[in-house]
Structures are given as C-alpha cells and as structure tokens.
Design a binder for this molecule. Structure first.
Ligand SMILES: *Cc1c(COP(=O)(O)O)cnc(C)c1O
Length: 419
C-alpha cells in the first residue's frame, strides 16, 4: 500500500446530516461488482432523491396533460405545476421576473439559444466573442458556429498552471470588437470557481453582455444573477438532482424582448397567418412545441429538495470533502492533481504516471467506485495541460469521507496492477 492506512472520522458525527441525506437517494443503496457503490461522477450527472422520482411518477399518474391549453382540469393542474417551477427557478437564481426564465433541454440548448437568437442577430463581420480555455464544448462550439455564420472571431482567455483564468490577459482581449463574453461559472474539469462578477463588470465596461455557463455552479453555490449582473445564465436540471432533458436559460428581459425566436412552432406564437406570424410574449416566445412538462415539474421538486438541504450548509460540507480528498489523493505517489485553483468546487481531476485514465476508471469500477475518465468535453483544456485525458472524482453532498477512502484504496489497487 503506497498510501498507508487512512483513518477518517465518520462523517455522520458532523453537523451535516449526510447519512439521512443518503437515505433520500435510493440508487446509492446498492452493490456494484460486489462492492458498495461509491458514486463520484456527480459532475456528469447527479443522482435523484426519492422526492424527485416520486414527483415524476405522480405527475404521470395524476396530472398528465398538455399545458397552456387549459380548458380542462388536468391541463390546468399541469400548467400550474409547470409554471410553479418557473417561479421556483426565478427565486432560486434570484432573477427579477419569471418571464426571464426559459425552459430548455439543458445547458447545451440554453447556450445554443443565446448563440443563435442573440449573437446571430446582433454580431457582424469582424466582431469578437470571448470564451475561456476551460470551457466545456457546449460553451465553445455554439459560438464557433455563430462565428462562421456572421464572420465573427472567437478569442480565448488563457488558463494558468493552477487552472485559474488569466484576468490580465482577459483585460487585453476586451475591446470595442467584443460583442459577447461566454464563461464557465465553475469548471467541470478543474473545479475552478471563476471570478465572474469582476469579469462581467469588465465586459460591461466595454458594452459586451456576458453569458455564464452555470452547469457546475448551481449544484454547489448560491447563484444570484442580479448580484452577478450577468446577461444570460444557463444550467441543467440533471446536475442539480433533477431529471434529465430539462434546464433553464435566464436572460435579462430587455435582451430577450429584442431577440428573435429560436425555434418556430406551437406555443411560441400569438397568431399565425401565411402572411405574418405574431410571436407570443416572454417567455413563451422561446418555448416552441410541447416541452418536457414532467421534467420541469421534477426540476421544481429538485429545487425544493436542494433548498431544504440548504446550499450553504451543503457547500460547506462539500468543501470539507474536497479538502479531505485533495489531501488523500495528493499523498499517493505518482498522482498529480490537475486544477489547484484557490477557489474550487468539489471536483478533482488527476492523472497517474503510467496509467491511462480509462484503465484507472475500469479498475475503480471493479471496486464499485464510479468516476469519469476522459476529456470531459473539454479537449482544448486537455491540450493546455498536455494530457490526453484525466480521471475525475466529483463530490455531491451525499458523499462521505469513507467513500473518499474507498476511492483512494481503489487507486492504490490500480497502481499495484499497472505500476
Ligand atoms: C455538463 C456541462 C455542460 C453541458 O450540460 P448538458 O446538461 O449536457 O447540456 C456544459 N457546461 C458545463 C460546465 C458542464 O459541466
């Protein structure tokens, strides 16, 4: 054993009621390959508490109907449940108005909406969009597409060896050509919490609006879009303990009012003739077709659940786990952590000398430990750090120190196999 014995304090003794929380997540209570499941792939998708699962099945069992065509009782109930979630999202991110909350399939669709509706209609040849070197492909490719369409150019904020954005380089990139800045609030690979408030202020001083990719932020931090003063904010339900296939895009009302529809179809119109179509008001202008009604209702239950756990208590607990895991992993010879920013959420990427991340992931799975191995949809960032892939352990508020120990034991076992 390269790392000796690890004697962690049982987490149940602390103030944060992790054992009770674990009981809310049925999927955690199982064995995988003969070992208790240790689920550390939360940055890919989080598990769902029973209340979310029950909300989905209750919705289908009792209320299912199409929304906004409320002529009968079920349609009325479905519409109310759907719109209640819009209010919950508004409150959750402290938006000023529910009209600023657009339901989409997830972060990816939210960013594509902003790119194709906002950027495509506003940008022209020679304009620039600034992103960072730590973006998820979802916050790169939609901007590349719009750049090709309008003849604009993508500029990239570099990252230092710790995984922090070089804010001085960003300052140099900003100019009157900058028409939009799109940034990860929290990196899905490095865990870095970016100084977005300051960066938004800098963009605004050049007249450029800012979109934040909040996929990894909302599960860990209290997000206040008005305090941040961001212009768009996108996140996914499934990383926030809610169902897949749904998410939200926040946009400032004055921007959304000016933007053309993203997709055409039912629900986004006020009236249609073959000569002219009048669009619906916000937010319906951007919600063409029958949405993921059950998913939206489930997202509402997830937000209620997260609020009940308490994001600041959960964030503090996750931070302790992060510190503990960082210490335990860093002590393993040959293991290098990628991403050592001062401000981090509970995500740890690492590489081990002589072991490919995929082989490591396979061995860990044999020990019941689920991590992610690969490029994490951030190939430019892998290039920046000169690695083809990393292993990534990402922690939710239901994870424990004992699970961190199980991860470390499984890593030790992998090193014995390959080392
Ligand atoms: C997961 C993730 C996305 C994409 O989210 P989807 O739910 O797949 O649309 C975008 N950005 C970051 C930082 C992510 O972690």
């Amino acid at each position: 054993m390269s790392t000796g014995t690890r004697m962690s304090q049982p987490t149940s003794g602390g103030a944060f009621p992790v054992q009770r929380i674990r009981d809310d997540f049925p999927v955690l209570n199982q064995r995988v390959n003969g070992q208790p499941l240790v689920y550390l792939d939360n940055a890919s998708t989080a598990q769902k508490p029973r209340v979310v699962i029950d909300t989905l099945s209750r919705y289908y069992a009792e209320d299912n109907a199409n929304i906004h065509r409320a002529i009968h009782t079920l349609a009325e109930r479905a519409t109310q449940a759907y719109e209640r979630t819009r209010s919950k999202v508004r409150e959750f991110i402290n938006a000023a108005d529910s009209r600023e909350i657009i339901f989409v399939r997830g972060t990816t669709e939210g960013i594509n909406l902003a790119a194709q509706s906002y950027a495509r209609s506003v940008l022209t040849e020679g304009d620039e969009i600034i992103v960072s070197a730590m973006e998820h492909h979802s916050n790169i490719v939609p901007w590349q597409l719009v750049c090709q369409q309008v003849g604009a150019r993508l500029r990239v904020i570099p990252v230092d060896d710790d995984g922090e954005l070089l804010v001085d380089e960003y300052r140099r990139l900003l100019s009157e050509r900058t028409k939009l800045v799109a940034l990860a609030h929290v990196s899905n690979v490095l865990g870095t919490i970016n100084p977005v408030k300051q960066m938004i202020e800098m963009a605004h001083s050049h007249g450029a609006p800012v979109l934040l990719d909040g996929a990894q932020a909302v599960p860990h931090l209290r997000v206040d879009v008005r305090d941040l003063d961001c212009d768009f904010y996108a996140f996914s339900s499934h990383k926030l303990y809610g169902p897949t296939g749904v998410g939200a895009l926040y946009g400032k009302a004055d921007l959304l009012e000016e933007m053309p529809p993203y997709q055409g179809g039912g629900e986004m119109i006020a009236s249609v003739t073959f000569e002219k179509t009048q669009y619906n008001v916000l937010p319906y202008k951007f919600e063409a077709g029958t949405p993921n009604i059950a998913g939206v209702v489930g997202l509402g239950a997830a937000i209620d659940y997260v609020q009940q756990v308490g994001l600041s208590a959960a964030g503090g607990y996750e931070h302790e786990l992060l510190d503990y895991a960082t210490g335990v992993l860093a002590a393993i010879p040959g293991l290098q952590i990628i991403g050592t920013a001062r401000e981090k959420a509970s995500v740890i990427s690492f590489v081990i000398d002589g072991i490919h991340a995929h082989d490591l992931g396979t061995i860990l799975d044999q020990h019941g430990v689920a991590i992610r191995a690969g490029h994490h949809c951030a190939m430019p960032l892998m290039q920046r750090f000169g690695v083809p892939a990393t292993a990534r352990a990402s922690f939710a508020f239901y994870n424990t120190r004992e699970e961190v120990d199980a991860l470390a034991r499984a890593v030790d076992a992998a090193i014995e196999v390959f080392g």
